[in-house]
Design a binder for this molecule. Structure first.
Ligand SMILES: *[C@@H]1O[C@H](CO)[C@@H](O)[C@H](O)[C@H]1NC(C)=O
Length: 203
């Protein structure tokens, strides 16, 4: 399934300014030091043009327009990500420490869920056209369970720099001691190493 870029563009326009969260700034906008010319180009991000007529992704892909990619967002409390899910792909459990996320499914369907601070899981199967909100800081995931069709979504964040903490990566792809992890997950070191090797690309 090919999702037309103009659909993406429409949604980008519609979602703009949906949430705010970063501290207020004392100027209209913030120009990074070293920027010589500030004109319309400074407020324009063209990094999503690669989506136009792009071939379907073969692995899950995120294309971000946050402060790092688009410096004019600094102080504006908004950012975007375009999420491309090939059939059967997952965006593993993660959190955004600085923003809630408003996800809009542009094509295909997605199984999504988040876990609140009482450890309650909220899940939903989203169809094209549906929106879902992931509350700030909570662990959440998205999965394209459709074995044949791609899914495409746009996420708006209430921060110019929402940040992403991947649960598998932060727990099993750093140098946290194997013994600490084995105790924490009530398993043994061999099992912990197996998970670590999978994430680090060793197996
Ligand atoms: C695990 O960490 C390594 C080194 O930082 C990185 O190259 C790799 O992509 C990470 N694995 C995953 C699954 O993200």
């Amino acid at each position: 399934m090919k999702i037309k870029f103009f659909t993406v563009a429409l949604v980008l326009a519609a979602l703009h300014g949906t949430m705010a969260g970063d501290p207020d700034i004392l100027s209209d906008f913030i120009v990074p030091s070293g920027t010589k010319t500030v004109d319309g180009n400074f407020f324009t991000f063209t990094g999503m043009r690669v989506l136009v007529d792009a071939p379907e992704a073969t692995t899950f892909k995120v294309l971000k327009a946050s402060m790092a990619e688009f410096p004019a967002l600094n102080g504006q409390s908004v950012s975007y990500a375009v999420l491309d899910f090939p059939p059967g792909s997952v965006n593993p459990p993660h959190t955004h420490p600085r923003a809630s996320e408003l996800l809009f499914v542009l094509g295909g369907s997605l199984q999504v869920g988040f876990v609140d601070t009482t450890n309650r899981l909220f899940t939903q199967t989203l169809q094209t056209g549906d929106l879902f909100v992931f509350p700030k800081g909570l662990v959440h995931f998205q999965y394209n369970g459709d074995g044949k069709n791609q899914a495409l979504a746009v996420s708006a964040f209430g921060s110019a720099n929402a940040g992403t903490v991947s649960v598998p990566n932060s727990v099993f792809n750093t140098s946290i001691d194997d013994g600490v992890l084995a105790m924490s997950f009530k398993t043994d070191v061999v099992t912990v190493r197996k998970i670590k090797d999978g994430l680090s690309g060793k197996i």
